[in-house]
Design a protein. Structure first.
Length: 471
C-alpha cells in the first residue's frame, strides 16, 4: 500500500507540474521556461519493479527445490533439468519478444508478460504432485510450467531496454540500465530469505501462491501508469520531451521498423562481441542464481534458514554495484566517449568477478568464501550496464531486437551453466565447477577490447540489409 500511495502521490505532483507548465505556456510569460517533469524516472522505477519481480518469480524454485525434491521424488540432476527448461523458454523467446516490443510497444507487451508470470507461478504450486503424481509426472509438469514461465519472462529485459531507449537521453542511458539491472540483484537478494521463511512457515507450495501476487501487482501498475514512449504519456511536458531527445542519434528517433533489418543485428560485429561476452557473464551469474543455496547448505554447512540469508548477500552486493557501474559509465561518456566508457566498466567488472570467484572457491573459511563469492557476483553485475547501454548505443531503433539477441546469448550461457554445474560437481567437485566460471569471466572481459559502442547507421542497410557496416 505504501508503494501504491507513493505512485499516486507522484501522479498528483505530476498533475500540478503539468498544470503549471500549461499555465505558463498559456500566459506566454517571458523567461519562464517550465522545468522538465520527471515522468521518465517513474517509468524507470516501474521497469525496475518488473526486473525485481521477474527474478523473484524465476529464483523462488531454487530455494524451494530443497523441499520439492524429496516431496516430488526428484533427483538433483532432474531439478537441474527443470531449471534449464526455464532458461530454454527464456532464451528461445528473447528475439521474438524483442521484435514484438519494437513493433507493438513496451506497454502492451510488459503488461501481458507480467500476467503470464503470475499464472505460471501459481500453477507451479498446484500442478506437480497434486494434479499429477509424484516422480516422472511431476517432473514433466515442472518442465512444462518452467518453460512457460521462461517464455513469459523473455520479454522483460529486451522490452524494458526498448522502453529505456525511448525514455532516456544518452547522458542517462547507462544509469537507467544500471538501475534496471540492479532490480535483478534486488530481486535475487530478497528471494532467498523470503522463500525460505515462507517454506518453513506455510510450506513450499504456498510460497509460490504468495510470490505470484507480486507479478499480478506490477502488471496492473504498469498498465495503469506506463507508456511506450514520452509522446504517449499525458504527464510529460515539453521541457522533459526536449531533454529526452537532446543529443540523441537521428536514427534513434525513427518510428518505423522493418523486419528485414533484423538480419543486420546478427551480422553486426560489435553486437556479436558484446553478446558473446554476455554468454560468459551469464554462465557465471546462473551458477549463483540456481546453485548457490544448495552449495552453501550442502558444502559450507549452513542451515536451511541461515543459508537463505547468506544466499542473499551476493545479490545485495550486486544491488549496490550494478547502478554504480551505470553512473560511472555515464560520467565516462563525457570524457572518453561511448566506446571506452562501456569498455572500462566491462573489463573491470568481469575481470574482478573472475578473480573473486576463484578466491571464493578455494578458501576454507565459509565466511571468507561468502565474501569472495559475493564480490564475484557484485562485479559481474557491475559490468551489466555496459552490456545493455552498449547494445542500445549500437542498435538505436532496433534496441529491442538487439537486446533480445544479447539476452538470448546471456541465457544460453545460463542454460549451459545450469545443466553442466551438477555434472562437473559429481565428476570433479565444487572447486572445479566454480573455477570454470572464473576462467570464462576473464575471457568475457578480454572480448571487450574488440568492441566499438558507436551507432549503427541503418540508412546504410535500407537497400542491402544483408551487409554489416565495416569494422
Amino acid at each position: 500500500m505504501r508503494r501504491w500511495r507513493s505512485i499516486r502521490g507522484a501522479s498528483s505532483r505530476e498533475a500540478r507540474e503539468h498544470h503549471n507548465s500549461q499555465l505558463q505556456v498559456a500566459l506566454n510569460l517571458p523567461g519562464h521556461t517550465p522545468p522538465p517533469t520527471r515522468v521518465r524516472w517513474r517509468i524507470i522505477a516501474l521497469l525496475t519493479g518488473f526486473s525485481i519481480v521477474s527474478y523473484i518469480e524465476r529464483m523462488n524454485i531454487s530455494i524451494a527445490a530443497k523441499f520439492m525434491m524429496p516431496a516430488l521424488n526428484l533427483s538433483q540432476i532432474q531439478m537441474g533439468q527443470v531449471f534449464s527448461s526455464f532458461l530454454i523458454g527464456y532464451t528461445l523467446f528473447q528475439i521474438p519478444t524483442g521484435i514484438w516490443g519494437d513493433r507493438r510497444g513496451p506497454k502492451l507487451v510488459l503488461t501481458l508478460a507480467g500476467l503470464t508470470w503470475g499464472i505460471a507461478t501459481v500453477l507451479t504450486g498446484i500442478v506437480p504432485g497434486i494434479v499429477t503424481r509424484v516422480g516422472l509426472a511431476a517432473f514433466a509438469s515442472l518442465l512444462l510450467l518452467r518453460f512457460l514461465l521462461g517464455v513469459g519472462e523473455a520479454a522483460t529485459y529486451p522490452v524494458a531496454a526498448r522502453a529505456i531507449a525511448n525514455w532516456t537521453p544518452l547522458s542517462e542511458r547507462a544509469r537507467a540500465n544500471g538501475i534496471l539491472v540492479g532490480g535483478l540483484s534486488a530481486g535475487s537478494a530478497v528471494t532467498p530469505p523470503i522463500v525460505s521463511w515462507l517454506m518453513v512457515r506455510i510450506g513450499w507450495r504456498q510460497s509460490f501462491y504468495v510470490i505470484s501476487v507480486f507479478a499480478f501487482l506490477i502488471s496492473a501498475l504498469w498498465n495503469w501508469y506506463g507508456a511506450s514512449s514520452p509522446g504517449q504519456h499525458p504527464r510529460v511536458n515539453a521541457s522533459e520531451a526536449a531533454l529526452i531527445n537532446a543529443g540523441r542519434d537521428p536514427e534513434t528517433k525513427a518510428s518505423s521498423y522493418s523486419l528485414a533489418w533484423w538480419r543486420v543485428i546478427f551480422l553486426e560485429r560489435d553486437i556479436a562481441l558484446i553478446s558473446l561476452s554476455y554468454f560468459f557473464s551469464g554462465y557465471v551469474l546462473y551458477i549463483f542464481v540456481f546453485w548457490l543455496y544448495t552449495y552453501l547448505v550442502d558444502v559450507r554447512g549452513f542451515s536451511v534458514l541461515s543459508g537463505g540469508i547468506w544466499t542473499s548477500l551476493p545479490f545485495v552486493a550486486s544491488t549496490l554495484l550494478t547502478p554504480t557501474g551505470g553512473v560511472i559509465s555515464d560520467k565516462l561518456v563525457k570524457k572518453l566517449g561511448r566506446t571506452w566508457a562501456r569498455r572500462i566498466i566491462a573489463l573491470t567488472g568481469l575481470g574482478l568477478a573472475g578473480c573473486f570467484l576463484a578466491v571464493g572457491a578455494i578458501v576454507k573459511n565459509p565466511y571468507l568464501a561468502i565474501a569472495g563469492l559475493s564480490l564475484a557476483v557484485g562485479f559481474d553485475q557491475f559490468a551489466e550496464p555496459a552490456f545493455w547501454a552498449g547494445t542500445i548505443d549500437v542498435a538505436g531503433p532496433l534496441a529491442g531486437t538487439a537486446c533480445g539477441v544479447l539476452n538470448m546469448m546471456g541465457n544460453l550461457g545460463g542454460v549451459v551453466s545450469t545443466a553442466l554445474v551438477p555434472v562437473l560437481v559429481k565428476a570433479f567437485g565444487w572447486t572445479i565447477a566454480l573455477g570454470t566460471g572464473s576462467a570464462l569471466a576473464v575471457l568475457g572481459a578480454l572480448l571487450w577490447f574488440g568492441v566499438r559502442a558507436e551507432p549503427l547507421q541503418l540508412s546504410d542497410f535500407v537497400h542491402a540489409p544483408q551487409t554489416a557496416h565495416p569494422a
